[in-house]
Design a protein around this ligand. Structure first.
Ligand code: ZN
Length: 247
């Protein structure tokens, strides 16, 4: 801009000389008509991920205490239920396993503030708060894995959570020949991400269903960092709407 020319001077030379939608003014190029829409990529119309043998769904800690109003309520936790139930239905319809983890603490668990831990008491064994949310669909014979059962040890990852017979989840994955885990639930920045990272370390494929997860976000950035950490470890992040399970 020439010296002395006031900045507020209206643009005079605003004709679209090149016919490309841009006009040039004393303030630089401006777009005078909307840009063309990008050409449709036919691949975008295909589902990004399809279910196959060796897949399983792992539903992490969808328990009453983690829902809004619960002892350790997670904002918007209830919003994961509708997409999660649709995925559960899709897995069961294709006879693919659906596995559930739960936080399952003794009353004097080390993660509770009274014991010097970071959390208020939550998911105490056999309490109503430890029950699965009533809106969550359970498989006819649900495979349930409990974690944080021992007083002196907390467990964010469900990888070594144990079934009723004391067998770890990892053993079930091996025994059933499962290779790829779809992971969803609560909370993104603790149990979901720790589980996903353990699965990746053990060589499993991991698909995180982002719209079927919510984070605690003690720090507002925690969710973003957790997603980035999982993606950095080779997990695929997709929305349930990308699974090709919707009519
Ligand atoms: Zn816990």
């Amino acid at each position: 801009m020439p010296a002395g020319q006031p900045e507020s001077q209206p643009a005079r030379n605003n004709r679209d000389w090149m016919g490309d939608g841009y006009s040039f003014t004393s303030h630089g190029a401006i777009l005078t008509r909307p840009p063309e829409p990008p050409a449709m990529n036919p691949n975008l119309l295909m589902p990004a991920v399809t279910l196959k043998a060796g897949d399983a769904l792992l539903v992490i800690d969808v328990q009453r205490d983690f829902m809004p109003g619960g002892a350790l309520g997670i904002q918007e936790g209830q919003l994961i239920i509708p997409p999660l139930n649709r995925v559960i239905t899709a897995f069961l319809r294709q006879r693919l396993p659906v596995l559930y983890s739960r936080d399952w603490h003794p009353a004097d668990h080390c993660s509770f503030q009274a014991q010097g831990g970071p959390w208020p008491p939550h998911c105490v064994q056999n309490s109503t708060g430890a029950a699965f949310d009533a809106r969550l669909d359970l498989a006819p014979k649900p495979l349930i894995f409990s974690k944080g059962q021992h007083r002196a040890e907390d467990q964010y990852s469900a990888f070594l959570a144990e079934d009723e017979g004391g067998q770890p989840l990892s053993a079930t994955l091996r025994r059933q020949g499962l290779r790829r885990l779809f992971v969803a639930g609560l909370a993104t920045d603790y149990c979901v991400s720790n589980t996903a990272l353990d699965l990746r370390r053990a060589g499993y494929g991991v698909i995180v269903l982002t719209d079927a997860c919510r984070a605690v976000n003690l720090d507002p950035d925690d969710e973003r960092l957790a997603l980035r950490r999982m993606a950095g470890a080779g997990a695929t992040l997709v929305a349930t709407t990308d699974l090709g399970i919707y009519p």
